[in-house]
Design a protein around this ligand. Structure first.
Ligand code: SF4
Length: 447
């Protein structure tokens, strides 16, 4: 049987190193947060004497090593950069990959020999992998309760009626760009309108592609990424309209509900859905100025507000932020405005290369210091151990299986699953918008 250790994933080179003297830090979850099937693994983990790498690896080895031997080279473990420090290091330790959402989405397609894909991140990321997967590739998520709060503010039953009203008003002139942080159902909406998916690293390419066709863009769900991208492309702010806060209830496209009335929408080149990420909207220009005055280079993620992005020295995706730190001259001092676990990992790994990294929100008097993505961190070592052991024994709970079109209520764990013909149609349109993004990104004519 092939040895996964000898088959590293070619496109991933993160190298989070496990250091014996750096404890693995992630808050333990209460036992009643685990699915019944996962509780024995959680009880064993919670009873461990400490969180030192040797202790955690001794626990995980009992489950991960037999699973890797059982599945051989057909097993692929994946995590996103924003996972707690334990998971990204452990996934890499066991031969898996840690990447941003764009690279994660391509994993199944680029690795057809991987038949069992186990993802430790949020649900939309696993679903994006499933949309592009071949029929003989299964995608599993270690904790189905790991949702993205931004994506939760843009469920299809809220967005579709608004998109219908806008399509009725603007017809073919309107095109939907769906950020990767959306369900497959919204990616399919983008595909149906001739639009595209985008990520934070390529949003400017995708929006430029749409505007160059003379289209009016409905950008979902992150208003900040949409606004920052429009600004980067030189779109006049008066031509950017923002829809009402989706938490206030159903949105009507009429003069009473829309700021500036329907005239603002008619004028707009870019219409923003009103969702946002609670992790990234805490960053302020004052935080940027504080750290700049201390001689630090300030970099932020473009899910942050526009005024913060404009004050910073640079902004970009997680891949951009990670590479900026790891490739900087030794001794460079950074303040990074993004998810807390990522910054903690960048701090630990950067210190090994002579960098000094702080979290942007860690200024005197701030109550938001080091804020992490709480929902993503619902994937932890017991979830990984349990998922792999249950899969090896053929007893994995079906709720952990991810198919295109699935939606999960992150509180009740109630799932809506499409029937086969509905799923086939969703895959057709969602693939269309994902493939459109890939074509735009991989076109040699654009930067
Ligand atoms: S950091 Fe924000 S946008 Fe990213 S997964 Fe978490 S809630 Fe969603």
């Amino acid at each position: 049987m092939p040895n996964p250790q000898t088959h590293p994933l070619p496109q991933i080179d993160r190298a989070f190193r496990l250091e014996p003297d750096i404890p693995l830090c992630q808050t333990d979850l209460p036992l009643d947060w685990y699915q019944e099937e996962f509780k024995p693994y959680a009880e064993e983990f919670l009873a461990l004497p400490d969180r030192e790498p040797a202790t955690v690896l001794g626990y995980l080895d009992r489950y991960v090593v037999p699973a890797r031997a059982h599945f051989g080279d057909s097993l692929l473990l994946l995590a996103h950069f924003y996972m707690g420090g334990e998971i990204v290091k452990l996934i890499e330790h066991y031969g898996g990959g840690v990447a941003d959402s764009y690279k994660l989405a391509l994993m199944a397609r680029e690795s057809p020999e991987k038949k069992v894909i186990v993802e430790s991140a949020v649900h939309f990321m696993a679903e994006a992998i499933a949309i592009l997967a071949n029929e003989d590739q299964q995608v599993w998520i270690t904790n189905p309760k790991a949702g993205c709060t931004m994506e939760m503010m843009a469920k299809d039953d809220a967005v579709d009626p608004v998109a219908d009203q806008l399509l009725e008003r603007y017809g073919d002139e309107l095109l939907v760009i769906a950020y990767m942080n959306t369900s497959g159902r919204l990616k399919a909406l983008a595909g149906r309108t001739g639009g595209s998916v985008c990520t934070s690293s390529n949003a400017h390419l995708v929006m430029r592609w749409a505007l160059d066709q003379g289209k009016k863009v409905l950008f979902v769900p992150d208003q900040h990424l949409g606004r920052n991208t429009a600004h980067k492309l030189g779109v006049d702010p008066s031509l950017v309209a923002t829809l009402p806060d989706p938490r206030q209830g159903a949105i009507r496209v009429d003069d009473a509900s829309i700021e500036g009335g329907t005239a603002a929408l008619d004028r707009a080149r870019v219409i923003l859905w009103g969702a946002f990420c609670g992790v990234h909207t805490i960053f302020t220009p004052a935080m940027v100025e504080y750290w700049k005055a201390q001689g630090r280079t300030v970099l932020v993620h473009p899910e942050s507000p526009l005024e913060t992005v404009l004050a910073a020295d640079g902004s970009g995706s997680t891949d951009y932020l990670w590479n900026a730190v790891m490739r900087a001259p030794r001794g460079t001092k950074f303040a990074i405005g993004t998810e807390g676990h990522f910054v903690r990992n960048a701090r630990a790994q950067g210190a090994l290369c002579g960098m000094d990294v702080v979290h942007l929100a860690e200024i005197p008097g701030s109550v938001a210091a080091g804020c992490g993505c709480a929902t993503m961190s619902r994937n932890d070592p017991p979830h990984l151990a349990g998922m792999l052991d249950l899969l090896r024994r053929g007893e994995a709970p079906e709720i952990n299986r991810v198919l295109a079109g699935d939606t999960i209520d992150e509180v009740t764990m109630r799932r809506q699953r499409l029937d086969e013909s509905e799923r086939a149609e969703l895959i057709r349109f969602a693939q269309r918008s994902l493939e459109q993004m890939i074509r735009i990104v991989e076109s040699p004519a654009i930067d």
